[in-house]
Design a protein. Sequence first.
Length: 137
Amino acid sequence: MSALVEQLGAALGPAYTIERELEGGGMARVFVAFDDTLQRRVAVKVLPEAMAAAVSVDRFRREILLSAGLQHPHIVGVLSAGVADGLPYFVMPFVDGESLAARLSTNGRFRPGPKWRTVRPPNGPHCPPARANLPAI
């Protein structure tokens, strides 16, 4: 067991049991954990101290806030978030299945189907870009 897994497990306490690390992860590391209270698997995304030096902790917090504000059937929501033993983290439902990298290597690029359409909101004085609606941090 790695030092990060031990630190994360100790920081999260008995509520979650860390099972394994998922592949990939850009600025953070993602683990599959078992939520002992609700008896379900979850994904825990954490920004280790070693990565916090290279990546802004504020950027990670913005990711948490933006993710928490999204609600769509095809977007995984945020269940909880916090800082435990100096490790910023957030918890999401775990969706079992093939990774995007594996899917792309197997099937190649995604191609839009016949019903696919691109929606582009107008940008103008009455419809500012979507960035204007981001929460202030």
